[in-house]
Design a protein around this ligand. Structure first.
Ligand code: PA5
Length: 429
């Protein structure tokens, strides 16, 4: 894995850099010594290297029990579904919905309250045997609870109450919340979310691993990648710790007025990885009137919608490009005798050659337009490297939040809409 900030440090004053380096050392030592804000939620720091092999076996065995159903619905919102979706969308075939799959199709619910969405999902699943993985750490979140109520009722009608119990898995707190109660009463297979791991840091627990395993991907390889990233971060000083270098660079840019970060990809499979990253950074940093606003860019697609703004609009942006060195497949651009499109100069080159020229050309053009660019590069898009990236961003996010002195692991602001919504739900009955 590589991180490049294109000599951006040269643009900043050395005293400022010195101060940040001193702070970085303190931040790193606080995180590992559990002295930082919210340290009771830093269980994810050692998660990859301490994951129990019996748990991996249990997750794989549970995933296997769904091998004869066509659809499995993952019910959850925020950190309870975005990690799984990021990995599954990152690894699966772009057209898997139209291919005869060996593994179940993963569908998602409980991440909105749209009646049309639930109706159409119900319509698809009516009369079918399907699986449900219901995920909620608190066990009381309205969106997944409503979706579960509807889909559980449907599954019971489809296959009978007894059989439905073997088709439902709950992932929740070890003792608290309505979901835990429901799971215990109905005897559902249950996995626990550790107390010291918050929702958006939970992808390497059963929250992410079970759906990923059901979709047919190797959770062991993901963990292997994350273990490497964990060791890299733990065993490096701040200069060789790439996650810390990314955090320092972000912080410098933020302090210089770059208040919006766009995580850019050049492969549509990374769209949901961007969504996961957006939640991780947005919910961790955005508090106390502070924090970089995270957004995502799917390039070159969005260059034809947002490219104008990025090049010439308000100068409060920087871009972090999530780059993949080598694609998994090869398409050679064919020669055309008529050459009516005048593209024969590209004949014999791979499509990725054009993609990489677009990537480099965009970086140079945007930098010329005062949009600083950073690049994080992995060699290929596979389980191992996704595992590395997950841990890399988790640790970089914790460092970054500590730079601006906020607690990366709480989300007090999320409660505000819930309170108003519940007030209205009760008053308007
Ligand atoms: O990161 C977080 O803690 C949140 O995004 C939660 O994951 C999200 O709000 C869902 O909460 P729960 O799992 O309790 O239903």
């Amino acid at each position: 894995m590589k991180f490049n900030n294109y000599n951006l440090y040269n643009k900043f004053n050395s005293n400022e850099l010195q101060k940040l380096n001193t702070k970085a050392k303190q931040i790193k030592s606080d995180l590992y010594a559990k002295n930082g804000k919210g340290s009771e939620y830093t269980g994810w720091v050692n998660l990859p290297s301490t994951i129990n092999s019996n748990l991996i076996t249990d997750i794989n065995k549970t995933a296997q029990s769904f091998s004869n159903v066509k659809f499995v619905v993952v019910i959850g919102i925020g950190g309870s579904y975005l990690g799984a979706k990021a990995v599954i969308e990152g690894l699966k075939n772009n057209f898997s919905n139209f291919i005869d799959n060996k593994t179940p199709h993963i569908l998602y619910a409980g991440f909105n309250i749209s009646e049309d969405y639930v109706y159409e999902l119900k319509q698809l699943l009516t009369g079918k045997d399907f699986g449900i993985i219901v995920i909620s750490k608190s066990g009381t979140t309205l969106e997944p609870a409503l979706a579960f109520r509807v889909l559980k009722d449907l599954l019971e009608k489809n296959v009978g109450t007894e059989k439905s119990k073997n088709r439902i898995v709950a992932i929740t707190d070890k003792s608290k919340g309505a979901l835990k109660k429901l799971a215990t009463q109905n005897g559902y297979k249950t996995f626990i979310i550790p107390d010291d791991v918050g929702g958006r840091y939970s992808v390497l627990t059963p929250v992410g691993l079970l759906p990923i395993a059901i979709a047919g991907f190797s959770i062991q390889k993901i963990i292997n990648g994350a273990v490497i990233a964990e060791n890299d971060a733990k065993n490096s000083d701040i200069n060789s710790d790439l996650a810390m270098q990314y955090a320092i660079t972000r912080n410098l840019l933020y302090a210089s007025g770059k208040k919006v970060e766009m995580l850019v990809n050049y492969n549509p499979k990374l769209h949901f990885f961007g969504e996961w990253w957006k939640q991780l950074f947005g919910e961790s940093e955005g508090k106390d009137g502070k924090g970089i606003f995270p957004t995502i860019g799917n390039f070159t697609t969005d260059l034809h919608s947002m490219g104008q703004y990025i090049q010439e609009g308000e100068r409060h942006l920087f871009e972090t490009v999530l780059s993949i060195e080598k694609p998994n497949n090869e398409i050679v651009i064919p020669l055309s005798e008529a050459n009516l499109d005048s593209l024969n100069y590209l004949a014999g080159k791979n499509v990725e050659f054009a993609n990489k020229q677009a990537q480099e050309g965009t970086r140079i053009a945007h930098e010329n337009g005062n949009i600083p660019n950073l690049t994080i590069e992995i060699p290929v898009l596979d389980e191992f490297n996704i595992g590395k990236l997950i841990y890399f961003f988790e640790i970089a996010c914790a460092y970054s939040a500590y730079f601006i002195d906020v607690n990366p692991f709480n989300q007090p602001g999320v409660e505000a809409y819930k309170l108003k919504m519940f007030e209205l739900l009760k008053n308007n009955l």
